[in-house]
Design a protein around this ligand. Structure first.
Ligand SMILES: [Zn+2]
Length: 289
């Protein structure tokens, strides 16, 4: 009974609120889809196009502000992120994107969105102006590293790399950083089964290599090579080693310390078996040194 009285009073208040001040209520509704970072530098505006439940939107807001802090604390770049970033929550399982002022997130409904990965691109910069003029290796490698460390989509990158080694299918590092060649590895124009496999493999290589670099030589050194032009010169300058030397130590580290993913782990990786079945259709030349 007491509850009913409280409810009645509450409804009266609500109605009074509605009749006397409707614009404020509207403004409040809008504000619910905005998240501001703790330092006040960036405002995220969420477009719930997929119409996911309010709890999911709230979770995304929390993840955004938390990931913002984590990304900003991990490495510093000279890129200044956009003050306003639109976050589009979309239906389906297409590939998510992180642009300058827009992030398209698929899979939000079931928590399968790579929010930290895309936010890493958007906050730290990519190329000169969100492009591939400075390659893909450090940018995609770091994005997967960050998602693994702070995000929801965990990926056993070293174990998958070991599987590629066991198959005798490792893409040479100098091809992955070659600006004349890397588009067809990381971003092939025609995505048939082999194009898909090449792209996914390139991402795994980048992620495993960058994770190795960070774990072995630290974030301070990695910060000096992230999204930098002329990567092979940067390697020599920062690590005192050329591309082949770094590649050699990385691959022997993987070979010595890791096994292929267990069956259960493989089953959890999205599209893993379609990747495996497509690897043989890749042009052998890609793996040749
Ligand atoms: Zn990415």
């Amino acid at each position: 009974m007491v509850n009913k009285i409280i409810l009645f009073i509450f409804m009266l208040l609500l109605m009074a609120g509605c009749t006397t001040n409707p614009p404020i209520k509207e403004a409040k509704g809008l504000q619910e889809n905005i998240a501001v970072t703790d330092d006040g530098e960036v405002t995220f505006k969420i477009f719930n196009t997929a119409n996911v439940p309010a709890e999911r939107v709230d979770a995304v807001k929390k993840e955004l502000t938390q990931a913002y802090n984590e990304i900003r604390q991990t490495i510093k770049t000279d890129y200044t992120p956009s003050k306003r970033i639109n976050i589009h929550l979309l239906e389906g399982s297409e590939v998510s994107w992180g642009f300058k002022a827009d992030i398209k997130l698929y899979g939000v409904r079931n928590g399968k969105d790579p929010l930290v990965h895309e936010l890493t691109h958007t906050l730290l910069g990519y190329g000169v102006n969100n492009d591939s003029t400075r390659g893909y290796l450090t940018q995609e490698g770091l994005a997967v590293y960050m998602e693994n460390r702070f995000g929801k989509q965990k990926s056993p990158v070293h174990k998958v790399m070991k599987l590629f080694l066991n198959l005798g299918k490792a893409i040479p590092l100098n091809k992955l950083i070659d600006l004349d060649n890397d588009d067809r590895l990381f971003s092939p124009a025609i995505i048939g089964p082999d194009g898909f496999a090449i792209q996914v493999m390139s991402y795994y290589h980048a992620a495993s290599f960058v994770t190795y670099l960070i774990d072995t030589y630290g974030l301070d050194n990695f910060e000096k090579i992230y999204n930098k032009p002329m990567l092979s010169e940067k390697f020599a300058e920062v690590y005192g080693k050329n591309v082949d030397e770094l590649e050699g130590e990385w691959l022997s580290y993987i070979d010595k310390n890791y096994n292929e993913p267990e069956m259960e782990e493989k089953m959890k990786i999205e599209n893993f078996y379609s990747l495996l079945s497509s690897i043989d259709s890749i042009d052998e030349q890609i793996f040749q040194r």
